[in-house]
Design a binder for this molecule. Structure first.
Ligand SMILES: [Ca+2]
Length: 235
């Protein structure tokens, strides 16, 4: 009897110990991707980083011009894991591919001011022919017939930048733009201002259209990772 109650006390103490360990463990869980900026008084600079939930497919409804990525899934571009979203074979007769990435699931507070949006992509091409961006841009929605579509700063065939022409080996590129500016659009002559409501919307995302195919032979474009980071300010 004595022995049994000693065992149950020991058991109870052991359980308390376990609870303590797991309690501590909980505190060790990674913090949200937010960090106060001590230099700015009451203002906090925070960030959220997300990958897309939809690829040429918005809630099972097509959201693309022509689906040149028939087998690709949003999860293919969620991690740097050697799983790729890739186009069908493009050539001089079939030379355009449009990629629509949406459903990033941002939860930026309504009262926040967006300071910066950064796009990280890892991509490359296979095949003899050459291909580059016709444009690479953020968007409010894909279909321009339904309202504002491509929005903010666009990187286009008129610009020169690293990675515009797809490399033969997987390479990481980073594109960033301010939360607002007057260099938006295809010609960098439009005013824009990103808001939490727009960025949090399912239709918000990244659109990358590649064209034309130059040179002989075929080319396939591959995306390993597409990730957006939104930096915002709350006070
Ligand atoms: Ca991947």
């Amino acid at each position: 009897m004595k022995n049994t109650s000693f065992q149950s006390i020991t058991g109870f103490v052991f359980l308390l110990f376990l609870a303590f360990i797991f309690g501590c463990k909980k505190d060790d869980d990674p913090a949200p991707q937010t960090q106060p900026d001590p230099s700015s008084g009451d203002t906090q600079i925070l960030t959220q980083t997300r990958t897309p939930g939809f690829l040429n497919n918005l809630n099972n409804w097509q959201d693309y011009y022509i689906n040149a990525y028939p087998g690709a899934l949003a999860s293919d571009v969620a991690e740097d894991d050697d799983k790729f979203a890739y186009s069908y074979k493009l050539n001089s007769g079939n030379w355009y591919a449009s990629l629509s990435l949406q459903g990033f699931g941002f939860t930026i507070p309504d009262t926040a001011t967006i300071r910066k949006i950064t796009l990280k992509i890892r991509r490359f091409k296979e095949g003899e022919a050459t291909i580059g961006d016709y444009f690479l841009t953020l968007m409010q929605r894909y279909n321009c017939d339904l309202g504002v579509c491509r929005y903010g700063v666009e990187w286009t065939d008129l610009d020169s930048y690293s990675g515009k022409t797809y490399p033969d080996t997987e390479t990481e590129y980073v594109f960033s733009q301010s939360g607002s500016g007057d260099d938006g659009g295809y010609n960098h002559d439009q005013q824009y201002k990103w808001t939490p409501a727009v960025v949090n919307h399912t239709f918000f995302g990244v659109r990358i259209d590649v064209a034309p195919v130059l040179g002989q032979g075929e080319v396939t474009v591959f995306y390993e990772l597409v990730e957006l980071t939104v930096e915002y300010e709350v006070s």
